[in-house]
Structure formats: C-alpha cells, structure tokens
Design a protein around this ligand. Structure first.
Ligand SMILES: [Zn+2]
Ligand SMILES: [Zn+2]
Length: 995
C-alpha cells in the first residue's frame, strides 16, 4: 500500500464472522477513542458512520488501506470483507439482531450474520435473536457511536437527543428467548443455502436466496394467513411489529415474524418439489390476476426477473387453470415449467421437420378422430416450437415455420386433445414439452433447416435412376416423363416421397413445387406410399443417403426423438408397431381392400394403418412378360446371355432364326438383333422385300385404295411391315378401322337419286337397309315384315331410323290402330327409284346372296288379309251419362274386377296384382275409363303417403286411388250383358293385340 500511511500503534484482529463496525469499535477501544474518532485515521469518510454503508459501499482500496493502518498483513480483513458480500439481505433500516449469549462469549463483539434479515435464531444456543434493546426499544448499531467517550463492549450505545448519557444496557447479560424448532429449522435452511451459495458456488442456492425476498413478501401479503398471530405463538409477549408495505421489498419484521414466514418459504422453495407445488397451489388458489400467469400480489418486475424454483412451482401449480397454449408455452405440465425465453424456439425449429416424425405422429394422433393426417402432422410439428417461447416469438416463428399452419390450427388441435374422452390433454402437452426440451438439451443429428435450404426441390431422382430402382425391386415405375424436366405419375410420387423422407416436407403448403394438383392427385400419392414394398423403401432410403453424401451432409437419412420420452404418459394414439399387423396384412395386402377398411376393423385412424404398412413386406407382384419390370429385368440379363458365343453357336452355327431364339430366351427379336449387331454378327436378310418406293406405295394405298393387309399379302410380308413403311416413307394414313373400308370410301355415280346416295355413301349396309325398306313396305306392319325376314322388329325400327337420318326426311308412317304402315311421299319416290333396273342390279351386286330376299307375294297378301279393316266407332250410350268405350277382352276383365271390388277404392298396383297383367296396359285403361267418366280418381294424401315410408328411405311413388262412379257401374253392367254376342270378333282382336 502507499508508503505515507501512518499505522496506528495498537493492534486488534477481527474474530471469526465479525462485522467490520465491531472490529473498528474494538480497535478504537484499545486506543481509548470512540469509533468515529478512529475513522479519519483509517482513511474512511464521515459517511462511513452509517454501518450499512460501511459494510456495503467501502471500496476495495479502502479495505487495503485499513489493513495497512491497522498493521495487518494484506488480506487480513478479507474474511470480514467476504462475509459482507455474502450478506444478501440486510435488515430494513440497517441495524442488527443479536444472540445475547454469543455476545457475552465473544466479549461484546458483534457478528455480521446478525445483520441479515434472514437471521432469526442462534442455532448454537437455541435462542431467538433479539431485535432491539429491551430498555430503550431501539434498533441497535445503525451508526458507529460518535462523541469522545469510550464505550464498554456489548452495551446499548443509544443516546437520546439533548441527553448526555447513553442507554448503556448490558446486552450480553440478557437471557434471551428459547427458539422454537420451527425457527431453528428455518435458520438451518437459510445457513445451508448461504454456505452452498458462497463457499460451494451452488447456483441453485444463490438463485433461491435471490428469490427469497420477493417470495417472502408475496407470502406476507397472503390474506388467508395471520402471520402476526403465528409469530406471537413463537415468542409470547413479543411487541407486535408493523408490517410496512414497501415496494417489492420485505417489510420490517422482527425475528419471530421472519421465522414463521421463512418456515413457509422453506416449504415453497425447499428441496421437496411436490410439497412446494402443493403449497403454492394452496396459497394461490382463488388469487388469480387478470393475466393469470403472474402471482397475485407479486411485483411484476420481480416476477419477470425470477428464474428459480418459485416461477417453476407457481406455473406448475396453476397448470390446469391456463389455456392449453399457455400451458405449452410455460411447459407447466412438466417439472421443467418456467417462464419462456425468447430465442429457444428458433434454434429448435432447425431440428424439427415440417411433418412430425412418423412414430410420434402415431403416438399423438388420436385413434378415433377425424383429423386429416398431414395437417395433423404439420400442426403437431409446429406445436413443438411453442414450449418455452414467448408469445410474440412463437407467433413469429409459427408463421415462418410452416405457412399453412395458423394459430387457429394450433388452438383447434390443442382444444380437440382436451375434448378426447380418455387420455388427457396434459399428457399430450407433456409429450410436446419433453420433445422440445430434448431437442434443446440434446439436439438432433439432423439439421432439417439446412436440408430444407439445400436439398433441391427437383431432380431428386432422375427417370432412369427411378426406373432402375423400381424395376430392380419388382415395382412398376409408372409413366416415363414427357420430357427431361417434368416428372409425372409414380416418378413424381417417388420424388415427393424422397423429399418427405429427407426434409419431412409438408407438401400440402400452397404453391409447393411438389404440391398436389387436386384431391385425386393427393390420394394417388397416398396410395403410392401405401404400396411401396420394403425392398423399394430401402432402395429409396439408399438413394436419399446418396443425395446427402453428394451435398456433403454427414447425417443419417432419418431420425426421431427417442420414444422413451413418452414414458409414463398416456397418449391418444398408438405406435404403429403395436397394431395388429396380421389383420392389416390380411385386409390390405392379401385381400387388397382399402386401408380405411383395416382402420375401421382395428378401430384406429387410417394414418396408423398407413404407418404400420411401412414396416410390412408385401409380395412382389407377378408382372406379365411384356410389363416394364419384366422387360427391364430381361434387358439387364441380356449382356449375360446374349453373348457373342451364344450368337455364333446358336444363330450362325445351328442356323436358327432370331424368331426361334426369341421364343427360347424371351428376349424380343429386335433386342436380339440389336445385340447381334453389337457383336458384329451379320444378320440374315428376311424374305420380304423392303418397301422403299413411296410413289408406288402411295398409288397402292391411296390410288387403288388397297388395305395395308392386302398390300402385305401381295408382297408376302406382314401388315406391320407395310404400316412401318407408310410411316417411314411419309404416306399419310387413311382413317382407321371400317372408315377405310371400300364401302365407306366408295362414292356412287352422281347421277343416281340423291336419297339413294345419301342412304348408301359413307356407311356400311346402306343397300341392305334400302332392300329391307322395300320389303317392309309390302307388309301392313313392321312386325309382320320382321316376322317374314326372321329378325326382331326392333332391328327394323333401328335400321329405318338410320335411313331417315341419312336421307334427312321421314320415309314412312307407322301403322296405327286400324291403318297399315305406308311410305311417305318421299318414301314412295325412294321405292320407285329402287324399282329401276340399273339400281336393282347395283343393289344385287352389293348385297350378299343370303341377304337378297325374293318376296313371296302370297305372304304379303296373307299379312294384308290379317290386318283388320278400320273399325267403325262404337255407338254412344243413350241412357248412361258416360262416354262409351270400345271393350276388349282385357278391358272387360278389368271392368269385372272393378265391379267385384266396387265398394272401395283401388289403385293400379293392387289391380295389377289381382289380374296378373302388364302394368302399362292397366294404367292406360284406367286412364281411359277415368277420362270417359266411368271412374273418378284422387291422389294419395300426404299422411298416408308418408306413413308408407320405410325407415331410412323415402315413401316412394304416390298412389292414385280410383273409385267407380254410379254411371260407370251402369255402363259396366250394360257392356257385360252385351259381351257374349260379340265374343267371337273380340277374341280375334284380342289374340292380335296380345301377340
Ligand atoms: Zn448464541
Ligand atoms: Zn438501550
């Protein structure tokens, strides 16, 4: 230290744990000075008379200077100084408590520890510390005593104003109050914390001590507890101290009061976590603040800076009172509950895929729920960002993480977990928190963010790569891409699968490069992933690994947080591996039923079955030899089998044809030819001459209108060769199929009648139709004509409709009740043309012999004969006021039935049932009778109609009820009476109409 310091002549060493003011006082006493007089010599300012200042605010160099002045070695005051730092909470207003017995034993020296607010008892003497001088009731040792007189050790130095004497009570002679067990235990706890924090550098203890004032203050504010009464129990007859409400600081309180508060604080902050949570829950029940997450009565700024056990226990205690989102943010369902920080979620996001890991999706997705699996997985993944992040931070993060997941999705998801009947929301939230904590502390081997940035969203696998990979695994690779850029079909799905495998990408995001074009595209992709076989899955995973290697990313392809994290939690889903795989295999793989059916049978979500399918092998499909996987495999085997030796031996040596070799090996001839050429084996020329003259081919094909098969036949080659030549030589093909047949193309002589040309040109069978028309018109009805031709009448109807369509006009009128069919004017003209000799001959040429019909005139005449002449109308009734109708046998049967049941109503189906007749007939007759006034009708009313409805279906058609009128009854009686005289003619008519 500085050389010009004058040392004081006498020495005094501080005792263990002594307060610096006590040491200064002792030093002054030895020099027969008062402590204030010694201050300038020690280099301390006047304001150091405040002991509080002296302890807390003495700078480092002043300590060293004091050591010099007092003639001590450097660091001689270190123990006093360090003890000062350790004292975290001095008494409000300064001053000190004391144990009278200790004071006496120390020779009136004061300990620093007594100045702490938390000092309540002397554990050595099992006494409560005293707060003040019992004589003058003053707080002791706030200032270093002034004046000039010497002070006896261990006495009260209080000097009232305007008095010359001090109080002078011998404090060391007091007997003290025995400390109750509660106070001693509290003191032990505090001493332990101090010791751990200061000597062992234990952070937890230090944090607990830091939190203690705010917690103690919060406890004292608890209205349900009468702290004063409790303190009075500890120290009967103690003077009641006032509870001063200070801003966030501990009120002035005496040792007994502090002791009872500490006792409670020891439960709240102590080692027993569960008891702490329970105590906080009891203390805070019914005391909720508006925001709900700050303890009522606690200073907000203190709360904000608290990081220790109290916020943790408080949040856990109010866990179930908070919204699911807050519970997640504060991690309150877990022992790690705490106030959110700001930046944890950002780094965590790097380790989370956009769709939550498959196993976890299985565990979390409720077995019976209507969640859409991809949106569920996306939302669940986003949930992992929430634990421990501040409200603003997670709102920002969720929007940047996966654009399609909104806050609404998150709340709906959490809400629906709460609505589940069995497993609780709490366990789901705990699972999210545990995963998040695991990612924060242990990280993950996969940086998904880097993958999202660096793995290209295109060219993940080229078509040849995919084709080889799929065919190798016996899986059809689907359509080849139209060009090099655009993958489609299964190739596209394979790219999607790879991207999801690597980055956990959510393809449902709007505008994703691999996004779905619609729901059918999406379901095709889902089906694709269901159908992947194990060998193909592992091949794709291998490909994914190569992609990572190319990008120099040294990570496994997939990873997921350990499933141990779910230990002890009841989650709403199930691990795919725990499902009944036998049933899934039977339904989905063996019976090829939809995945949803298996899900229904097992009572799980479709996604669970889909996840389980990923671990089930399915037999390779049997492909036909022509299918791509088979031909690919042959092609792969080609170089091994179709060697030069093979050709020399089999083709050249044994003189076999490529055709034979193709049949034997299963390779196509062209492949064999290609291989032979590559081995420089000369190929034998085929027999057929090559077609190399386009002009000749064009003449044959277009000029002479020969078919390719005719040309091939004439050349002695195959039709395929001719077709290839057409293509190679650039000859335009004719329309395909029958459109290039002779009849379709040929045109008739332009001088022929227009209607004939219209009927014949550009169609097949035109002449046949005309011929049949000729024949049909001889007969009175189409039916008779069809009978004659031996074909169903319907055929004629269709053929004549076609004729009329081709000609563009009606050509005949069909027979009606009494009129035979007859040609229209246009039809008559057509028939006339057909009679002309040159047309007859042309027709005869075009119609095959068996089609030509020589009309048997007598057949036609007989048909004409059978056709009844037009009937005279029936004469009207004279007496009965209804229209008279013609009565057939069928009508008579109906009338008789109506008479038999004339007392009530009837409806169509009932009558049909009774008569066993054709429905159309009956309804028509009922209608006629009603129109003629024989019967009345009414439509069924609503009540009756609805009463007929079968459960789950509608009531069907409404009924119409009929009832005989009295005039109708008379008319029926009249007709029944007349019937026998007309029976013969009627029966003949009947036999005709019934066919
Ligand atoms: Zn003591
Ligand atoms: Zn006193």
């Amino acid at each position: 230290m500085t050389g010009d310091v004058n040392t004081v002549p006498l020495r005094a060493a501080p005792i263990d744990g002594e307060s610096v003011d006590s040491w200064i006082e002792e030093l002054a006493r030895r020099h027969r000075l008062s402590p204030s007089q010694l201050l300038p010599a020690l280099g301390l300012p006047e304001r150091a008379r405040s002991i509080h200042r002296l302890i807390k605010a003495t700078p480092e160099e002043s300590w060293r200077r004091m050591e010099c002045v007092a003639g001590m070695p450097e660091g001689g005051l270190r123990s006093v100084q360090l003890a000062g730092q350790a004292m975290r909470m001095t008494l409000v207003g300064g001053g000190t408590r004391f144990c009278p017995v200790c004071l006496g034993e120390n020779g009136g020296r004061w300990l620093l520890a007594w100045r702490s607010n938390w000092a309540v008892a002397c554990t050595r003497h099992r006494l409560l510390l005293l707060d003040s001088c019992p004589s003058c009731a003053r707080t002791l040792r706030v200032y270093l005593p002034g004046g000039t007189e010497e002070l006896p050790p261990g006495t009260c130095a209080y000097q009232p104003q305007h008095r010359s004497t001090r109080c002078g009570t011998d404090l060391a002679a007091l007997s003290g109050i025995p400390a109750p067990q509660v106070a001693l235990e509290a003191q032990d706890w505090i001493d332990g914390l101090q010791r751990d924090a200061d000597r062992n550098g234990d952070l937890d203890s230090a944090i607990t001590l830091d939190e203690l004032p705010a917690v103690a203050y919060w406890l004292m504010g608890h209205e349900g507890t009468d702290w004063q009464a409790r303190a009075a129990e500890l120290a009967p007859g103690r003077a009641r101290t006032t509870l001063l409400v200070l801003n966030g600081r501990l009120p002035k309180a005496d040792a007994p009061l502090v002791a009872v508060v500490l006792d409670m604080a020891r439960t709240v902050l102590g080692a027993d976590h569960e008891a702490g949570v329970a105590a906080v829950r009891e203390l805070s029940s019914g005391r909720r603040t508006r925001t709900g997450v700050v303890p009522a009565g606690m200073n907000f700024h203190r709360w904000k800076t608290m990081k220790g056990p109290f916020p943790n226990r408080f949040l856990q205690s109010i866990d179930t009172d908070m919204t699911p989102m807050d519970r997640l943010r504060f991690k309150s369902p877990t022992p790690q509950a705490g106030k959110p920080g700001n930046r944890t979620a950002e780094t965590r996001g790097r380790h989370i895929p956009h769709l939550i890991w498959p196993d976890w999706a299985g565990l979390l997705l409720p077995l019976r729920s209507g969640f859409r699996s991809e949106l569920f997985r996306a939302t669940a993944a986003t949930c992992l960002l929430i634990p421990g992040s501040s409200e603003r931070a997670y709102r920002d993060l969720t929007t940047h993480f996966n654009r399609r997941v909104t806050s609404a999705h998150l709340s709906v998801l959490l809400q629906s977990f709460g609505d589940l009947p069995e497993s609780g929301l709490t366990d789901v939230l705990a699972a999210f928190c545990r995963i998040a904590d695991y990612l924060d502390t242990c990280g993950s081997p996969i940086d998904y963010q880097r993958r999202r940035e660096r793995i290209p969203a295109h060219s993940l696998i080229t078509w040849p790569q995919w084709r080889d990979l799929a065919c190798e695994a016996g899986f059809h690779p689907g359509k080849s891409p139209r060009d090099d850029q655009t993958a489609r079909g299964r190739h596209l799905h394979a790219q999607r699968h790879l991207l999801q495998l690597l980055t956990g990408a959510d393809l449902g995001v709007d505008g994703h490069r691999f996004g779905f074009t619609g729901s059918s595209d999406h379901s095709r992709y889902v089906t694709f992933t269901h159908q992947l076989t194990l060998p193909l899955r592992s091949a794709l995973a291998g490909h994914a690994q190569r992609i990572l290697d190319d990008l120099e990313i040294d990570e496994p392809v997939t990873w997921s947080p350990p499933l141990d994290l779910a230990h002890g939690l009841t989650l709403p889903g199930a691990l795919p591996s725990t499902l009944d795989t036998t049933t899934i295999r039977r339904i989905v793989i063996e019976d090829q039923r939809p995945v949803s059916e298996a899900a229904e049978v097992l009572g799980v979500h479709v996604e669970h079955v889909a996840l389980a399918l990923q671990h089930l092998d399915r037999p390779e499909r049997d492909w036909s030899p022509r299918a791509l996987p088979q031909s690919w495999k042959r092609r792969q085997a080609m170089p091994r089998i179709a060697t030069r030796d093979f050709f020399e031996h089999e083709y050249v040596g044994a003189n076999r044809t490529l055709h034979d070799l193709a049949a034997e090996t299963g390779f196509s001839r062209s492949l064999l030819a290609q291989a032979a050429r590559s081995h420089k084996i000369p190929l034998n020329k085929g027999k057929a001459p090559a077609i190399n003259d386009p002009a000749w081919l064009r003449d044959q094909y277009h000029g002479q209108r020969k078919s390719t098969s005719t040309i091939a036949e004439e050349l002695g080659t195959t039709q395929m060769t001719v077709n290839n030549a057409l293509h190679r030589l650039g000859v335009t093909p004719r329309p395909p199929g029958i459109h290039s047949s002779e009849q379709m193309i040929n045109r008739l002589d332009g001088r022929l009648a227009k209607d004939i040309r219209a009927a014949v040109e550009g169609s097949l069978g035109g002449w046949e139709r005309l011929h049949r028309f000729q024949i049909a018109m001889v007969f009175p009805t189409l039916k008779a004509a069809a009978e004659h031709l031996g074909i169903p009448p319907r055929t004629l109807v269709v053929q004549f409709q076609r004729l009329e369509r081709d000609i563009g006009a009606e050509i005949f009128v069909r027979s009606t009740g009494g009129t035979p069919q007859q040609p229209t004017k246009r039809g008559r003209r057509l028939l006339d043309h057909l009679e002309k000799p040159h047309i007859r001959s042309q027709m005869a040429k075009s119609i095959a012999d068996h089609e030509l019909d020589r009309l048997a005139e007598h057949q036609a005449a007989a048909a004409q004969q059978q056709f009844p002449r037009p009937r005279r109308s029936v004469s009207p009734f004279t007496e009965i006021p209804v229209t008279r109708l013609r009565i057939t046998a069928a009508m008579l049967a109906l009338l008789k039935d109506l008479m038999t049941h004339s007392d009530g109503e009837c409806y169509g189906a009932l009558v049909i049932d009774r008569l066993k007749r054709d429905p159309g007939n009956i309804y028509e007759q009922l209608h006629r009778l009603q129109a003629a006034g024989w019967i009345t009708n009414r439509v069924e009313d609503d009540a009756s109609w609805n009463s007929r409805a079968t459960p789950g279906r509608g009531p069907g058609r409404r009924r119409t009820y009929y009832r005989l009128t009295s005039a109708g009854r008379d008319a029926i009686l009249h007709e029944i009476a007349r019937w026998p005289t007309r029976r013969r003619t009627r029966e003949r008519a009947q036999s005709r109409t019934d066919g």
